[in-house]
Design a protein around this ligand. Structure first.
Ligand SMILES: Nc1ncnc2c1ncn2[C@@H]1O[C@H](COP(=O)(O)OP(=O)(O)O)[C@@H](O)[C@H]1O
Ligand SMILES: N[C@@H](CC(=O)OP(=O)(O)O)C(=O)O
Length: 441
């Protein structure tokens, strides 16, 4: 059995719904369909989830949310009518509208998936199964035992169902919404719950490219990836697949196929536990994210000064910022955080560090992190030096290098303005260089 998850772009309008139906009908094994909320299309520049979030913000600010909600209503009724469906979506829309003044954030933003799944179920002739009826969370983790028990009541040998992604329920039965991009996670959880043979993730690109196709034109497709390579790429910013969606399928060794709804005939990316690799390929993929801040502290023989480090950590802890820690030598240590997470706190953090008896505190803003990911880096960490040489040769200033011994990635901190250039450089030159080096041997 296959679980097929269709992302927001795949269900953005009636034309996309039709593509989904031909894909689903092409294989009798596609019995569980998971959908995100209608996303962006040529006509619609905002995802339904973002519209729902806007409604919630307007409501909380005491402003008029009605025009935004009317827009959402028109989108769903438009899809329903264009497909000639009979499903009485007005009743659901009226109920949601009635609840807006008092409902939770989670309930409201989950309604995009709920409504999209209702329409899709009707269009495919599948049963609609609300995730709220079986996908149970204990705090922030899925309760798989309870979820499987509940799901059993709804599934029979030949059920065909459509499930809304992005949410489940907590122990009290209240809607629990996932992090952004959570539709991928729902698909992965479904695949785990039914022990699927394959988890298909249908999106608007034919698989994962070696580099973000918005930065590198005609970026090459990665035909095969391991779960841990995908994990690192997703963590480092490849938005195609949500990082948290890997564990539920990797645990059961269920392969993931990342495929294109707009070009189902094209090959995508297959993700499994192990893959065969071209030995000329030094880097499997490159990804990154912008807008980081590095705070570096310096103190003579800091590596031996546990008293100083303890004071620094205790000061830093008070600010509740998710920092990454990078040991950068005997005398220095760096803290790395997203600029958005430091908002309003940076001045106070620097002031607190000044009280710790350090020789120097250095601040570097507008830093982008770019990661090269590959199993080759895990087995031969020295390869990272080759990439660093290449960046130096092209006058890209590297502010920071993060590489742990057996890690399958190396991360470079560069200026935000060098972000695209760094990605292009690694994409274009690293594998080429590796090839030339090997040929020269
Ligand atoms: N390395 C990459 N390979 C492929 N796509 C990428 C990569 N990095 C970023 N992307 C972007 O991810 C997008 C798909 O993710 P997303 O918009 O979340 O899809 P969906 O709406 O199907 O869930 C692509 O359109 C592409 O612009
Ligand atoms: N609709 C949710 C969940 C999701 O996964 O969406 P998409 O498949 O469009 O990335 C979001 O926008 O975050």
């Amino acid at each position: 059995m296959k679980v097929a998850k269709f992302g927001g772009s795949s269900v953005a309008d009636a034309a996309q719904f039709k593509k989904v139906r031909s894909i689903v009908e092409a294989s009798a094994d596609r019995r569980i369909v998971v959908v995100s909320a209608a996303g962006k299309s040529s006509e619609e520049s905002i995802k339904v989830t973002d519209l729902l979030m806007a409604v919630e913000k307007l409501r909380d600010a005491g402003e008029d949310y009605q025009p935004t909600f009317n827009h959402i209503e028109r989108r769903f009724i438009g899809i329903r009518d264009a497909l000639g469906l009979n499903v009485a979506i007005e009743n659901d829309l009226q109920k949601i509208e009635r609840l807006i003044p008092t409902c939770t954030y989670d309930y409201l933003v989950s309604r995009g998936e709920f409504l999209t799944a209702k329409l899709m179920a009707d269009f495919l002739g599948f049963q609609f199964l609300d995730a709220a009826r079986f996908l149970v969370y204990d705090g922030h983790t899925v309760n798989y035992g309870e979820s499987i028990n509940r799901l059993r009541d709804f599934l029979s040998a030949n059920s065909r169902i459509v499930v809304p992604g992005f949410y489940g329920v907590d122990e009290a039965g209240e809607i629990h919404v996932m992090a952004r991009g959570g539709g991928d996670v729902s698909g992965a959880i479904m695949a785990n719950l039914v022990d699927a043979d394959l988890y298909e993730n249908w999106t608007d690109v034919s698989g994962i490219k070696m580099a973000d196709p918005r930065i590198v034109d005609h970026s090459r497709r990665i035909s095969e990836l391991t779960y841990d390579e995908l994990q690192e790429l997703s963590y480092m910013g490849v938005s195609v697949f949500q990082e948290e969606a890997i564990k539920p399928v990797a645990e059961r060794q269920i392969p993931i196929a990342i495929l294109n709804t707009n070009h189902p005939e094209e090959d995508g990316t297959l993700v499994e536990g192990t893959v065969r690799r071209d030995p000329n390929q030094l880097v499997t993929g490159v990804a990154g994210k912008k807008d980081y801040v590095i705070i570096s502290i310096q103190k003579y023989q800091l590596n031996k000064r546990f008293d100083v480090m303890a004071k620094v950590f205790s000061e830093i802890q008070a600010f509740n910022v998710p920092f990454e820690y990078v040991s950068s030598g005997t005398d220095s240590f760096s803290f790395l955080a997203k600029r958005s997470q430091l908002a309003g706190k940076l001045g106070a953090i620097l002031a607190a560090l000044k009280k710790c008896g350090l020789d120097r505190v250095k601040l570097e803003k507008d830093i982008a992190l770019v990661a090269a990911v590959s199993h080759e880096l895990g087995s031969r960490p020295a390869n990272a030096g080759k990439i660093l040489d290449l960046l130096n040769d092209s006058q890209i200033k590297v502010h920071l290098v993060i590489q742990e011994g057996s890690d399958i990635k190396v991360v470079f901190g560069v200026a935000n303005e060098d972000y695209e250039k760094t990605i292009k450089k690694i994409y274009r030159d690293v594998n080429l260089k590796a090839k030339k080096l090997r040929m020269a041997i």
